[in-house]
Design a protein around this ligand. Structure first.
Ligand code: HEC
Ligand SMILES: [Cu+2]
Length: 332
C-alpha cells in the first residue's frame, strides 16, 4: 500500500510538473518568440513526416516487388534515367527551400529590433552563471531575470569568457553568447510565471550546472522588484550576527570577487548587493537558503565542479560562515 501511494504521488508530481517552474520545453511556448519557433518546428515536422512516408513506401514497394523468387531472373537495373535523376535532385532541393525560407525568416524576425519602448536587458554568460544588467534601470543581478508580462523585451547577449548559449525554451533564445560580440533577441511574454532555462552550448566542467530562470511578473510585481533591486547601496547590516558577517566579508577574499554596492568592488562573481532577494544561487541550481549558502561559502567547488569561486584559504570557521550567511540574507 505505501508503495502504491508512492507511485501515485510520483505520477501526480510528474503530471503537475512538481508544482515548480513551467516545463522547460519549446513545445509549450509562452511568448511570440516561442510561438514562432513552435510553428517552425511543426512545419518542418510535417515536411519530414511526408518525406518519411514517401521514402518508406517506396522502400516497402521495392522490397516486395523485386524480392528474390525461386526460378525468376534478377530484375533489370536502370542506368542513366535522366528524368528520374532530375526528379530526385529537384524534389529535395524544393523541399529544402520550403524548410529554409521560413527558418531564415524566423531567425531575422526574432533577432529584429524590438519597439523603442522595449525593456532592455544585457545578458552576460560567465563560467557558470548568468549576469543580467538593466541599463535603463541601473540594475545588475544574477541567475534570475525578471521581465514584465506583455511588454516587449530586448535581450543583448554576450559572454565574459567562452561561448555560452542563452536559452529559456518557452520564451526564446538558444542564441550564442560570444565574447566580444553581441547577439540580440526580442520577445514578449504572454503569461506570468517562473520559466526555467539553461546554457545550451558546452562551456566547461559545470556547463550542466549553468541554469537560469526567467520570472515573468505582473506589472506591479515587476515595479516592486525594480524598486528593491534599484534600492541603491546595500541594506545596512541589521542585527549583530549580520554586522559581524559584514566584517568577515570585508576581511576575506570575498570583496575581491564580489560587488556589494557601497561595500566592495569585485567583478569576478555575481553582484551580491541584493542577493537576499534571489530565489536561487550559483547558476540557479541551488535554493537560496541558509544550508546551501553555508555549504557554498565553505566549499563551492564541491557543490559545483570547477567553480571559479575557490575554497577560501585559510578555511573560514563555522561561526564566520554562519555570520556571512546572516549578512548575505540581510541583503534584500
Ligand atoms: C575568486 C573569486 C571569488 C571569491 C574570492 C569569492 N567568490 Fe563567491 N563567487 C565567485 C564566482 C565566480 C561565483 C559564481 C560561481 C558559479 O555560480 O559557478 C560566486 C558565487 C557566489 C555566491 C552565489 C551568488 C549567486 O547569486 O549565484 C555567493 C553567495 C558567494 N559567491 C559568496 C561569497 C562569499 C561570502 C565569499 C567570501 C567568503 C566569496 N563568495 C568569495 C567568485 C568568488
Ligand atoms: Cu554552457
Amino acid at each position: 500500500m505505501p508503495r502504491l501511494r508512492f507511485w501515485l504521488l510520483t505520477a501526480a508530481l510528474t503530471i503537475s510538473g512538481c508544482g515548480g517552474p513551467y516545463p522547460q520545453s519549446t513545445l509549450h511556448p509562452r511568448s511570440d518568440f516561442g510561438r514562432a519557433v513552435d510553428h517552425l518546428f511543426t512545419d518542418i515536422f510535417w515536411w519530414a513526416a511526408g518525406v518519411f512516408v514517401v521514402v518508406e513506401a517506396l522502400l516497402v514497394i521495392v522490397l516486395i516487388r523485386f524480392r528474390h523468387r525461386e526460378g525468376r531472373p534478377a530484375p533489370k537495373p536502370t542506368h542513366g534515367h535522366t528524368v528520374l535523376e532530375i526528379a530526385w535532385t529537384l524534389a529535395p532541393a524544393v523541399i529544402l527551400v520550403f524548410v529554409a525560407v521560413p527558418t531564415v525568416r524566423t531567425i531575422f524576425a526574432t533577432a529584429g529590433d524590438a519597439p523603442a519602448d522595449a525593456l532592455r536587458v544585457e545578458v552576460t554568460g560567465h563560467q557558470w552563471w548568468w549576469e543580467y544588467k538593466y541599463p535603463d534601470l541601473g540594475i545588475t543581478t544574477a541567475n534570475e531575470m525578471h521581465v514584465p508580462v506583455g511588454r516587449p523585451v530586448q535581450v543583448a547577449i554576450t559572454s565574459a569568457d567562452v561561448i555560452h548559449s542563452f536559452w529559456a525554451p518557452a520564451l526564446g533564445g538558444k542564441r550564442d553568447a560570444i565574447p566580444g560580440h553581441v547577439n540580440r533577441i526580442a520577445f514578449r511574454a504572454d503569461a506570468v510565471g517562473d520559466y526555467s532555462g539553461q546554457c545550451a552550448e558546452f562551456c566547461g566542467a559545470s556547463h550542466a550546472n549553468m541554469r537560469l530562470r526567467v520570472l515573468v511578473d505582473a506589472d506591479s510585481v515587476f515595479q516592486a522588484w525594480v524598486k528593491t533591486e534599484q534600492g541603491g547601496p546595500a541594506a545596512p547590516a541589521t542585527g549583530s550576527l549580520a554586522a559581524r558577517g559584514k566584517e568577515v566579508f570585508l576581511h576575506s577574499p570575498c570583496l575581491a570577487c564580489h560587488t556589494i554596492q557601497g561595500v566592495s568592488p569585485g567583478v569576478i562573481g555575481p553582484n551580491l548587493t541584493h542577493v537576499g532577494s534571489r530565489g536561487t544561487i550559483a547558476g540557479a541550481i541551488f535554493p537560496n537558503d541558509s544550508a546551501h549558502l553555508a555549504s557554498w561559502i565553505a566549499d563551492a567547488p564541491s557543490l559545483k565542479p570547477g567553480s571559479l569561486m575557490t575554497r577560501m584559504k585559510p578555511p573560514l570557521t563555522d561561526p564566520d560562515i554562519a555570520a556571512l550567511v546572516a549578512y548575505l540574507q540581510s541583503l534584500k
